[in-house]
Ligand binder design. Structure first.
Ligand code: FAD
Length: 478
């Protein structure tokens, strides 16, 4: 047998798919053997380790990717460590002269990849990166004066007029696997799954991580829910949204694939859905140009805000024991399924920030740990949006009233009853505000406030006044 031909290395990170994968397609087209490597890099400078729910997702997604790559003809080597070290070792062992990957836009991760590209090219090796995670390149889409966009509407107009989404790239019909040996870890050795205790049952019931699950969800959403999306997307008691967020976050599906599936739909539902995808692009645009988005208020004057340190209230919020049913329902949906409806994310976040005056960064961190779609751009951008400290954010005086929000968006209380079963028997008019029910009504419904379900941990009206005062001290937008 002759020497083993040197391979083209393809790096996998948040792009756990074989379809519409520019790097993989280019490697397969090169007619050379391919060495796919997944790197769990939590060690390079500035990298934020992913949260517990994301780790669960990643485990299952990697399992799916391994299967798909095996079927196509190649394996997937799993590695943990600094990207630069892993690539160096892989080149040394395999003799590869080419490394391909799909671009990432988290600033720390983009910096790792930029340094890698420079170091490989300095050694006269080939390093090429491809698009796929986003429709637009944040460094290229600029305002008339050459800056980045700080307001959504002009951003989305620029996105629409200057970015022509490309067609998805076909999956390679086969991938010639490299025949050499690069030592990797077994999937279990990445230690991504929870063990003691294993809290992942609810996640398991709710999701099918991986490319196949993503494609199925897209198909079902387009067929069943797209036409009514504009109306039902705001009703948490309905499954009216796509549920594609974790699949997008892990790159199991790309915006290009989604837009291609929407092509033949011209109704209000499809238009609204495209706008939501543009919000995701906007979040990444902001993150790319503001590397400290999760650590610092986008509007610097908000750094002076005096947040309350209240571990007890934070815990009550986290556990879904605030006494406000819509907030508690959201937090329990999050805990059980790793996902929360967008409307309720806004209500629950507003409650933490404005009713409890707890730092939005504490909420962002909790979501980071518990969401399966925890996203480096959407999470901090959305938290800052609610806090009023972000770009194009909700104005400081917009304080969600959890009762009115519940009555408007969950009028029959379906959502609350599902996630807060201890108050499920209350009549509709009290299900969003149990404390207003008479003793007899509470008794009939089997509710004892303060025992079977908490009394509100703050009075919303008093909390609202307190928040307005605190915000007035730092605001600059009136
Ligand atoms: P759909 O309504 O089907 O929307 C389709 C896609 O569009 C989503 O998958 C998402 O990629 C994008 N999208 C939709 N709404 C928004 C939005 N408001 N901002 C940016 N992109 C959007 N989204 C995340 O993906 N990860 C997060 O970590 C995250 N954290 C959030 C935190 C807070 C406090 C808030 C208020 C929102 C957050 N969002 C986050 C945005 C939004 O809630 C989710 O994207 C959405 O609920 C995902 O469900 P879906 O895929 O069914 O959405």
């Amino acid at each position: 047998m002759g020497p083993v031909a040197s391979p083209v290395i393809v790096l996998f990170r948040r792009d756990l798919r074989i379809r519409d994968n520019g790097a993989l397609a280019a490697a397969a087209d090169s007619d050379r053997p391919v060495l796919p490597i997944f790197i769990l890099d939590e060690e390079s400078e500035g990298v934020r380790p992913i949260g517990a729910a994301s780790r669960w997702w990643l485990h299952h997604s990697l399992h799916g990717l391994q299967k798909a790559l095996n079927k196509a003809g190649a394996g997937l080597v799993l590695k943990r460590g600094r990207t630069a070290d892993v690539v160096e070792e892989a080149i040394k062992v395999s003799g590869a002269d080419t490394v391909l990957w799909n671009r990432r836009y988290d600033p720390a991760e983009a910096a790792i990849d930029a340094a890698l590209k420079t170091s490989l090219r300095d050694k006269e090796l080939v390093a090429r990166s491809f698009d796929g995670a986003l429709m637009h390149e944040p460094s290229l889409l600029q305002t008339g004066s050459g800056g980045f966009y700080k307001v959504y509407t002009p951003f989305s107009k620029a996105l629409e007029s200057s970015v022509e989404p490309r067609d998805p790239i076909d999956p390679p019909s086969s991938v010639k696997g490299w025949k050499g040996q690069l030592e990797g870890l077994a999937l279990d050795e990445l230690e991504l799954l929870p063990t003691k205790p294993d809290w992942s049952g609810g996640l398991q019931e709710s999701w099918t991580p991986g490319e196949d699950g993503a494609r199925r969800r897209l198909r079902e959403f387009v067929e069943d829910d797209l036409s009514d999306y504009e109306r039902s997307r705001d009703i948490p008691g309905k499954a009216g949204t796509s549920g594609l967020s974790p699949h997008l976050t892990f790159g199991e599906i790309t915006p290009f694939q989604i837009l291609a599936a929407l092509k033949k739909f011209h109704g209000a539902g499809a238009a609204k859905f495209r706008k939501e995808l543009a919000w995701r692009e906007f979040s990444y645009h902001l993150l790319f140009h503001n590397p400290h988005l999760r650590e610092r208020a986008f509007r610097p004057e908000y750094e002076a805000f005096e947040w309350h340190r209240d571990a007890k209230a934070l815990k009550a919020w986290q556990r879904g024991l605030s006494g406000y049913p819509i907030v508690d329902a959201g937090m329990r949906q999050l805990w059980h399924t790793g996902w929360m409806h967008n409307r309720v994310r806004m209500i629950a976040a507003s409650f933490l920030i404005k009713d409890l005056l707890i730092d939005w960064r504490d909420g962002e961190q909790w979501f980071w740990d518990t969401l399966v779609d925890a996203d480096p751009a959407n999470n901090p951008a959305s938290w800052q949006w609610v806090a009023g400290s972000g770009a194009d954010a909700a104005p400081y005086f917009r304080i969600f009233n959890p009762v009115l929000q519940g009555e408007r968006f969950d009028p029959g209380g379906d959502y609350v009853r599902r996630w807060v079963p201890e108050i499920a028997k209350l009549p509709d008019r009290f299900v969003q505000k149990p404390w207003e029910a008479s003793a007899a009504v509470l008794k009939d419904a089997g509710v004892t406030l303060g025992e079977t379900y908490p009394s509100p941990i703050v009075d919303h009206h008093a909390a609202r006044d307190r928040a307005m005062e605190a915000y007035r001290a730092v605001r600059s937008d009136d």
